[in-house]
Write a protein that binds this ligand. Structure first.
Ligand SMILES: Cc1cc2nc3c(=O)[nH]c(=O)nc-3n(C[C@H](O)[C@H](O)[C@H](O)COP(=O)(O)O)c2cc1C
Length: 189
């Protein structure tokens, strides 16, 4: 397991198509989910949940995406349709982080949504700590109500991310990071 600071300083997303198998084991998936659900959560509302897409079930979810895409794009080519059908099968494992934020007497929805973001980031970090790599993406189908219905999301539920998980085909190159001088100020009173 890499040193925690080194991991946080060097972690970098790997594109879904560059994530290979074998997928994490059932025990590793359990570890990932336990860590993802250990995040700050104002009011202890658990305003998120997870959907695991593994093995053949990734293709069943892909069928839902494909059907909606085909209905909207009657002129789509066979290649385009095939790409949509395989959306959730590019990586060996995908875990969706679902926000369940809802109006609450005390806790703003914004804070509930932030907690879902924390769950997604914890999940990503845990993936790397186990020696895998990840890509946190949403893509169009995360925002399509027809797809969300087919994936079993309730009316108030939203996708915080589809976290794609696998073994990196090659080490990713880093990208430019924001300069701290541009984003940090010291409050002077
Ligand atoms: C909520 C959220 C949704 C995202 N959706 C997408 C997406 O649909 N497609 C995409 O290419 N990148 C998406 N990204 C960005 C990827 O995660 C991107 O590869 C990442 O910002 C790279 O950061 P890193 O180099 O620190 O890993 C999304 C990021 C977040 C936080």
């Amino acid at each position: 397991m890499p040193d925690a600071l080194e991991l946080l300083k060097t972690r970098r997303s790997v594109k879904p198509i560059e994530l290979n198998g074998p997928a994490p084991s059932e025990a590793e998936i359990e570890t990932l989910l336990a860590i993802a659900s250990r995040v700050p959560d104002h009011g202890k509302l658990t305003p998120w949940r997870f959907i695991v897409f593994a093995g053949e079930a990734r293709n069943a979810a892909g069928d839902a995406i494909f059907e909606v895409f085909r209905a909207d794009h009657p002129d789509a080519t066979a290649d385009q349709l095939d790409f949509e059908r395989k959306r959730l099968a590019r990586a060996p494992l995908v875990i969706a982080v679902v926000s369940r934020a809802a109006p609450h007497v005390k806790i703003p929805e914004w804070e509930q949504q932030l907690s879902a973001g924390a769950a997604a980031m914890n999940l990503v970090t845990a993936v790397y700590a186990l020696g895998y790599a990840a890509s946190w993406i949403t893509e169009w189908y995360a925002y399509d109500r027809r797809v969300l219905d087919k994936l079993g999301l309730a009316e108030n539920e939203r996708i915080a991310g589809f976290v794609h998980i696998g073994r990196p085909a090659r080490p990713p190159e880093d990208r430019e990071r924001p300069r701290l001088a541009d984003i940090v100020t010291r409050f002077q009173g």
